[in-house]
Design a protein around this ligand. Sequence first.
Ligand code: NAP
Length: 488
Amino acid sequence: MNNNSYEQLIIGAGFAGICVAIQLKKAGFSNFIILERNGHLGGTWYDNAYPGAACDVESHLYSYSFEPNANWSKVFSRQGEILKYLDNCAEKYDINKYIQLNTSVAKAVFDEATGLWTVTDSNGKVYSAKSVISCAGGLSQPALPDIKGIGDFKGEKFHSARWDKSYELANKTVGVIGTGASAIQIVPAIAPVVKELQLFQRTPPWIMPKPDAEISGFRRGVYNRLPFMRSFYRWRLYWVHEMMALGFTRRPGILKLASKLASFYLKRSVPDETLRKKLTPNYIMGCKRVLISNDYYPALLRNNVHLITEHIDTMNASGIKTKDGVQHDFDAIIFATGFQAADGVVMFDLQGKNGLKLNDAWRDGAEAYLGTSVAGFPNFFMVVGPNIGLGHSSMILMIEAQVHYIMEAMKLMKSEGLKFVDVKKEVESAYNDDIQDKLSRTVWQSGGCVSWYQTKSGKNVTLWPGFTFTFMKRTKKFEPEKYELQRQ
Ligand code: NAP
């Protein structure tokens, strides 16, 4: 074996990649590497460093079950604190030495004869690995809007996940495009600083108040001294969120009640009827991600903030022209326009058996068995692959379940001396038919909206249509009978 040969090659050092590394170490593996494209670990929590960035799932649930943090300072922590948590985890489990920063994967090719993957990074360096574990994230590729003339704008412009920290927003006239989860955090954070903010809304989101608060020193002390109190709090959060899955997938009546609450919250927050009408969604709650915020509506009431609902026509050197012919001039334009989520999560050239390319296998939409294994791509595993996203709870729960499943596969491959494991096509197809059947009865498909959960043809390739405990049960054991097993 040369220096660049590994048992496992992990792509991405975010929550998923770090979890894989920690569990590999716990399982006794040590010959692995993590390739991380950024200059720091953290993945989405490194990328999304825009003003106001914070989690919208409670931190005591949005953290590893095996690494609780009694000291979260807020119910919903800010980006910096979450990144620090990940830094601490990497340090505690001695993971940093496995991470190679500033390294993007360009190509990965499987060789059936040797049962090995040959991976090439964007600098041309070549690695060999028995297994490739992609932890590249479902929301890692920013989506820029398809607006004519976008390149002509001469002012400053950047995407929310590529925030230009060196740009001074103070006293500038700023346009923000998009009103999703990112925008509703950015707008209140920058509104007091900028001279004028124009927010371009295409579809109003459903918004609920955010039950956020500082976690007092006393409460943190209790969680430190009496860990069962912290565990109980996490357990309670877990079940409250699981109940929300009922509304999205089985009991739409729950959403009806929730939308009444959201409408009441909107009415109380926005007295002006014309503005309120513009902010009222015209689709069933839950179809798009339900947002939570206490400061978004108040920000829209500021004199220097204007909500523009006229659709964008073109962009030009000085700003944006809307369909009504009005020109809006800006110093800077911020694209809070989301991510290429439904286009698949593997953004490099991946070739499995017989030169099969993942992009070809996924021509009709991304599919995988348990969001983890793709037929024809042996020893290739994904964390947060197709149909693993959640509309109702913490993604860390899904990540841990998938990582557990992958660890079971790693252990079996080692103990049985397997050359490769390749999920059977019929297993993958039957699984996905079932997923699509379940999804067809959810609010995400029938709620009357277009969302990033779907491909252009309307297929939902991003969300898990059920409870997290169902997924945990399904990933408890690796099922060799569902795979073609090739011995050495
Ligand atoms: P998003 O939810 O996809 O929102 C993108 C926004 O841009 C939408 O309002 C969309 O309008 C608008 N848009 C896109 N193209 C446009 C165009 N050509 N003209 C006008 N408007 C356009 O993206 P996001 O806000 O970045 O959030 C993505 C996901 O990331 C979230 O759903 C969530 O899962 C995650 N996230 C989480 C947090 C958190 O935990 N705190 C924060 C941020 C993001 P339409 O609705 O009409 O398409």
